[in-house]
Design a binder for this molecule. Structure first.
Ligand SMILES: NC(=O)C1=CN([C@@H]2O[C@H](COP(=O)(O)OP(=O)(O)OC[C@H]3O[C@@H](n4cnc5c(N)ncnc54)[C@H](O)[C@@H]3O)[C@@H](O)[C@H]2O)C=CC1
Ligand SMILES: O=C(O)CCC(=O)N[C@@H](CCC(=O)O)C(=O)O
Length: 486
């Protein structure tokens, strides 16, 4: 049973699908994709449930969402293990993913009140009241790298605002999605409030193009996000929130504690095997003895990173990439950069054929004249040596993306200078550029987003404002407008 439509589990009527443990090829899940008729049924179920869900009121909806939080708390280990098996991420890391999901409930309730709540202003003859209403039926599309936390970051605020949801997860992580929705079901949510359609691109297209949805909240690649943006062209009445990738820069300038800098670089570039949209892809280090010393230490530290299956003990820092295909794609990217003139300082290698297990790579691309502005979504960091800070900032900004950026530097003045000039939605100082806070907005500019940031600001795209002028009784004004007689 792979699809959850109107409160019932049923098989997909489409083609067969499966998911695998990327560290050993073991099959974890199988089922069939949803057809477009099943997408129709899910949209219809969400539509017929929506008004009653809205009319529960915020407190009623929050109670339901809190019952889901209880399910997450009770089943946190099972969920963390399922995410680890299906994505390859180590257990220590997926435990933090589930913790973030649990924290999302209180944060989203606070965000709803702060950003989209109700307010009232007294006017001389009336009250000006501001309330927010849900869009209606929304589709949520998730990526594979955080298969639970990131869709959860759309689903929870969407439901709290009074929307009903059709969730289309990544085809690489159907088992995680199924478990998430089972926990919603066990929390007692009414039929049709959350629906699950599993499938690949065809299912995604059927849902994204469905005339019955009022909006789509997407986290995924820039390529797919751009396709969706085109598809939504000509539909100004539908809301589209796009959280996409990045080609994120991290600059190092004048740091006394080189070891601490190396630690922040590794946490920025290699966490989740480089499969975070916020990961540093380009590292800028000044020419000179201090830069040389930092790079020597970085090379040693990268070579020492432990890579292994999700359940290896002691735990590795990096697990398998999500699939062998993804791993081979990264090796091809490495080869391409080498052909352009990049010098590998640490060569990325597949550790076991048939798996997504790869070692981390570091490449000096300073001499590459035309560095591709691509998001290589894996553990490969490109190093660029620079002479002047201004030159580094110009190169850092030389990307069509604009998700995260960072500076490691001892001087506050250097950060202020960098902050004023950098173009990204997340700009950090002396902190890794991965691991964003759910209490802040999360999104980027350029090809990284469409100005509808998620996390704390997700509330904004889940509801629209309604302004009302209200008076308890009718009354005639003291003076009538010129030309009126009653
Ligand atoms: N800015 C952000 O918040 C984040 C962005 N990402 C980005 O996500 C990417 C990795 O995730 P992926 O799962 O590979 O992304 P993806 O774009 O391949 O897939 C995302 C979702 O869209 C669906 N989809 C794919 N093609 C479609 C089409 N033509 N029409 C409709 N639906 C379609 C997929 O089935 C999946 O559910 C990276 O680029 C990463 O940077 C990942 C996490 C956070
Ligand atoms: O949505 C939130 O609560 C904050 C955003 C977040 O958790 N971002 C993570 C993962 C996103 C990614 O890089 O793929 C992060 O910044 O590490």
């Amino acid at each position: 049973m792979t699809q959850f439509i109107n409160g019932n589990w049923r098989d997909g009527d489409g083609h067969p699908m499966a998911s695998f443990n990327p560290a050993n090829g073991e099959q974890l899940w199988q089922g069939n994709a949803a057809t477009s008729a099943q997408v129709d049924a899910a949209v219809a179920a969400a539509r017929s449930a929506q008004f009653d869900w809205f009319m529960l009121g915020f407190e009623g909806r929050l109670k339901q969402v809190e019952a889901y939080r209880t399910q997450l708390e009770v089943h946190r280990e099972l969920l963390a293990e399922t995410i680890a098996q299906e994505t390859g991420k180590p257990r220590w890391e997926t435990a933090t993913e589930v913790t973030a999901m649990i924290g999302k409930i209180a944060l989203s309730a606070k965000a709803y009140q702060q950003r989209t709540g109700t307010s009232e202003n007294a006017l001389p003859v009336a009250r000006a009241v501001l309330r927010h209403k849900p869009h209606g039926v929304v589709a949520v599309f998730g990526p594979y790298n955080f298969p639970a936390h990131l869709p959860n970051g759309h689903i929870v605020p969407a439901l709290l605002a009074g929307n009903t949801v059709i969730f289309k997860p990544s085809e690489l992580t159907p088992k995680v999605a199924e478990l998430m929705v089972k926990l919603w079901q066990q929390s007692g949510v009414a039929a049709g409030v959350i629906n699950l359609v599993q499938g690949e691109v065809e299912t995604g297209k059927a849902l994204a193009g469905h005339e019955g949805i009022d909006g789509l909240f997407f986290t995924g690649s820039s390529r797919t996000g751009h396709l969706l943006h085109q598809q939504f062209g000509g539909h100004p009445g539908k809301i589209l929130a796009l959280e996409m990738g990045g080609n994120n820069p991290l600059i190092v300038k004048d740091v006394a504690d080189i070891k601490a800098a190396v630690h922040e670089i590794i946490q920025s570039a290699y966490i989740s095997s480089g499969q975070r949209c916020t990961c540093a892809r380009r590292l800028f280090v000044q020419q000179g003895a201090q830069g040389d010393a930092l790079i020597d230490m970085l090379i040693k530290a990268v070579k020492a990173i432990k890579v292994g299956p999700w359940n290896a003990e002691p735990q590795p820092f990096m697990g398998a990439m999500v699939s062998e295909t993804a791993a081979l794609g990264m090796l091809a990217a490495q080869q391409h950069l080498q052909q352009l003139g990049g010098q590998s300082l640490v060569v990325m290698q597949q550790l076991q054929v048939g798996t997504g297990l790869v070692s981390p790579g570091l490449m000096d691309v300073t001499s590459v004249a035309e560095l591709p502005d691509e998001e290589y979504f894996g553990p490969l960091l490109q190093l660029i040596r620079y002479q002047q800070f201004d030159e580094a900032i110009v190169m850092a900004n030389s990307t069509r993306y604009g998700l995260s950026a960072g500076l490691l530097a001892d001087s506050r003045a250097d950060f202020d200078y960098f902050f004023a000039r950098s173009r990204a939605g997340i700009v950090n100082w002396n902190k890794q550029i991965t691991g964003a806070a759910g209490s802040a907005p999360f999104g980027g500019i350029g090809a990284s987003g469409n100005h509808r940031p998620s996390a704390f600001y997700a509330a904004d795209y889940c509801a629209y404002p309604v302004a009302s002028m209200e008076a308890d009784t009718l009354s005639l004004p003291a003076t009538l407008s010129p030309g009126l007689t009653l």
